[in-house]
Design a protein around this ligand. Structure first.
Ligand SMILES: [Zn+2]
Length: 267
């Protein structure tokens, strides 16, 4: 379940029975309203990294936590009564939600991803639909390794990024590959969802592996584009990634979106 927050953030709510865990609450009010509307108890908060648009709601929601509930943090930001989540461990929240912790540095040094045992992935700002996070603190090599870690998960994994950036990312992907039929087909679907204010997420990892340029560093089609535009051969996936990332940083998407869904609306 996505709860829209701020301008284009999603707070993902994992529901089990009468309980729910919030991933990356950038604000507290929309989450509180959602919990009230669904008559659910909050049993946990999982934070992927320290940026304010992922943590701004934690202090306001923490008093609502049911007994035994806790805030799992990546360490870059700390909260009263929190718990440091460590890569490789599985967090067990009261009510039944459990999350495996993966370390995915690159966007920030402290960045974590969380995964449920039934195939839902919450990569925060590491992996977006058709894109990836900017490098604020980490290196291209770290980000390539982090993305490879996520790419290697089961292709049926449902990816739930923290932002609605799909339309802008699709514009960049099509700028790289204007003749990619799969991307062209996707454009109609994505723009229709954005026009209606609906999320384009989650997305199956298998689709991202086939279409997201940042997950296709070994793909001959992407390598051809980079060679042609950069004017030199780049055998190293890290160099390809750094080149793509620098182009994306400068790319201004001419799109109608991204548009966040109505604030606080469960979708
Ligand atoms: Zn961030």
């Amino acid at each position: 379940m996505a709860v829209a927050a701020l301008r284009d953030n999603y707070v993902w709510m994992l529901r089990r029975g009468e309980t729910a865990v919030a991933v990356d609450p950038g604000e507290d009010a929309p989450v509180r309203h959602w919990l009230e509307r669904h008559a659910l108890r909050l049993t946990g908060i999982a934070v992927t990294h320290h940026h304010a648009d992922h943590t701004g709601g934690v202090d306001g929601l923490a008093p609502l936590l049911a007994p035994g509930g806790f805030v799992a943090t990546s360490g870059g930001a700390r909260f009263a009564g929190d718990r440091l989540a460590r890569a490789g461990e599985t967090l067990r929240f009261p009510g039944g939600v459990s999350l495996e912790v993966l370390a995915v540095p690159g966007h920030t040094r402290d960045h974590l991803a969380y995964r449920t045992d039934d195939g839902h992935l919450f990569p925060g700002d590491t992996l977006f639909r058709l894109g990836c996070g900017r490098l604020f603190e980490g290196t291209p090599a770290e980000m390539v390794e982090s993305l490879a870690r996520l790419r290697a998960l089961d292709p049926g994994t449902a990816v739930h990024p923290a932002h609605e950036y799909t339309a802008a990312n699709l514009a960049f992907a099509l700028d790289l590959e204007p003749m990619n039929d799969a991307l062209l087909r996707l454009r109609e679907e994505v723009l229709a969802l954005c026009r209606r204010g609906l999320p384009t997420l989650p997305v199956p990892l298998g689709e991202e592996r086939a279409l997201n340029p940042f997950l296709r560093l070994e793909d001959p089609a992407i390598r051809r584009v980079v060679r042609a535009r950069a004017g030199l051969e780049m055998p190293d996936p890290v160099a390809i990634f750094a080149t793509l990332r620098s182009w994306k940083d400068r790319f201004v998407a001419q799109v109608e979106g991204p548009r966040a869904p109505p604030r606080g609306g469960p979708t």
